[in-house]
Design a protein around this ligand. Structure first.
Ligand SMILES: [Zn+2]
Length: 151
């Protein structure tokens, strides 16, 4: 095999995140996107009743550490539902031209600067709300464009 080809193959099969963002969840270095389960699918634009899923779901286990995907700051708390259920929490963060919301995490703080890879929270008990779901961090761009290529 040609040396360059071998190198490209090595990069392609490595398990580190492929996009510009770092690892989102402890134990998931490849930022694997949730497939389909009985509660729905995890990719961008997946159906959600009459609406569409305007984010991506990165596989994560309940209670796992969640990390900042890029350097910047935490803008504010951001809740997915506003109904105060067990997974109704998250944050908005921005930096380096990115602005995202991350849902279903218990944040360690709601403001201040963050480094890429810094622990910003833990995944809330998603199984207690959606039993049998593939537990995940929901990530959406603030402008609701597709964030998948950054993962
Ligand atoms: Zn989602």
């Amino acid at each position: 095999m040609h040396g360059v080809t071998a190198l490209i193959l090595l990069i392609a099969i490595s398990s580190v995140a492929a996009g510009q963002w770092g690892t989102i969840c402890a134990g998931q270095p490849s930022n694997k996107i949730r497939g389909c389960d009985r509660h729905g699918c995890g990719h961008y634009n997946a159906p959600r009743g009459v609406k569409k899923h305007k984010g991506v779901d990165v596989v994560c286990t309940d209670g796992s550490a969640v990390y900042a995907p890029f350097a910047g700051k935490i803008d504010r708390q951001a809740k997915p539902y506003g109904n105060s259920n067990a997974i109704d929490n998250g944050i908005q963060l921005s930096g380096g031209g990115f602005c995202i919301k991350m849902f279903y995490i218990k944040p360690v703080k709601y403001s201040g600067t963050i480094k890429k890879g810094e622990k910003i929270g833990v995944l809330l008990p998603m199984q207690s709300v959606y039993r049998g779901i593939t537990s995940h961090v929901h990530i959406q761009n603030c402008d609701l464009t597709n964030p998948t290529s950054n993962l």
